[in-house]
Design a protein around this ligand. Structure first.
Ligand code: FES
Length: 321
């Protein structure tokens, strides 16, 4: 985590749904916090060296607190489990100032917000902001079951409750979200915002792209999954363009890990292919993109990759390092 970090106090910790806790963070002296816009996230330093990004899910008009929602990921390497088990009310934790890679297109005539599971966090913040500005929007919130849908009571009690539809995997067929039909029914010029697990995102973005939605009207933010070596991963080499040095990347290590062992440090944050911090130019060779950060067009150019998770399709990649 770089400059501009804040030490905040956990002012409240609330169970919001099965497996989901919210954490309210405030300045220990009561000072106002740096302002944020809808769709922003903060980096939270959980343990030494372990940083995770969480979207802010409170109303951006609130200057006294940041609210984040954390899903306990059973496959967690420590991030979400540590937040659930070890972070308590009263504790001080270090966070970054808010940053936004998932901003609202304020000039749009209409906005369609789609949330899957814990992806509701930035979407809820967007709904608060759109409602406050009187913008035309609809929100659809998909979750496995009502018990796993965080912030249901808050949404029902909000002034924008009528703009929100819930869809539950364990509910009857009539209430399930028909993504292609929903997208086809939108007015021209509607902007789409989607956040949730990868399967949900792929379904929504795939339907939008095959329905002819232009990229500039698609806004999305993936949640990172744990980066695990996949069966069939091969060893390859990376070459540093500056020195010509060649470093072997074994099948069970990421490029970032192999570089680190060779004392070449690449800045990282999420280590899940989500944040873009480790973005590195590729001068030769073809990457095997595993990230959730680059657009399909950017990936297809093969001139940059995310070495915290991506690998190589060719025996060697030459990196601009
Ligand atoms: S460290 Fe976040 S994308 Fe690589």
């Amino acid at each position: 985590m770089g400059e501009g970090t804040l030490m905040l106090r956990v002012a409240a910790k609330t169970v919001e749904a099965e497996g989901i806790c919210s954490f309210e963070l405030a300045d220990p002296t009561g000072a106002p916090l740096p302002a944020f816009s809808a769709g922003s996230h903060i980096d939270v330093l959980i343990d030494d060296g372990l940083t995770r990004q969480y979207s802010l899910c409170n109303d951006p008009a609130e200057g006294h607190r940041y609210l984040i929602g954390v899903l306990r990921d059973p496959a967690s390497r420590g991030g979400s489990a540590a937040m659930h088990d070890r972070v308590a009310v009263g504790q001080l934790i270090r966070v970054s100032a808010p940053r936004n890679h998932f901003a609202l297109a304020h000039g749009a005539g209409r906005h369609l917000l789609l949330a899957g599971g814990i992806g509701v966090t930035p979407i809820l913040c967007m709904a608060e902001r759109l409602a406050a500005t009187g913008a035309a929007f609809a929100m659809h919130y998909c979750a496995r079951s009502p018990a796993r849908a965080a912030f249901r009571d808050r949404i029902r009690a909000s002034g924008f409750a009528d703009a929100v539809r819930f869809h539950f995997d364990d509910g009857d067929a009539a209430q399930k979200l028909d993504i292609p039909a929903l997208l086809a029914a939108q007015d021209a010029g509607t902007h789409l915002y989607v956040c949730g697990p990868k399967g949900f995102m792929d379904a929504v973005l795939g339907a939008a792209r095959s329905g002819g939605w232009p990229e500039e009207r698609l806004h999305y933010e993936f949640f990172g999954a744990e980066v695990a070596p996949a069966a069939g991963d091969q060893a390859f080499e990376v070459q540093l363009a500056s020195s010509g040095r060649i470093i072997a990347v074994p099948a069970d290590k990421t490029v970032v890990q192999a570089l680190l062992e060779a004392r070449v440090v690449v800045d990282t944050s999420c280590e899940q292919g989500v944040c873009g911090t480790c973005l590195t130019r590729v001068l030769d060779g073809v990457p095997d993109h595993r990230d959730l950060y680059l657009t399909p067009e950017e990936q297809a150019r093969n001139d940059q990759f995310l070495p915290c998770c991506s690998r190589a399709k060719t025996p060697r990649l030459v990196l601009d390092i």
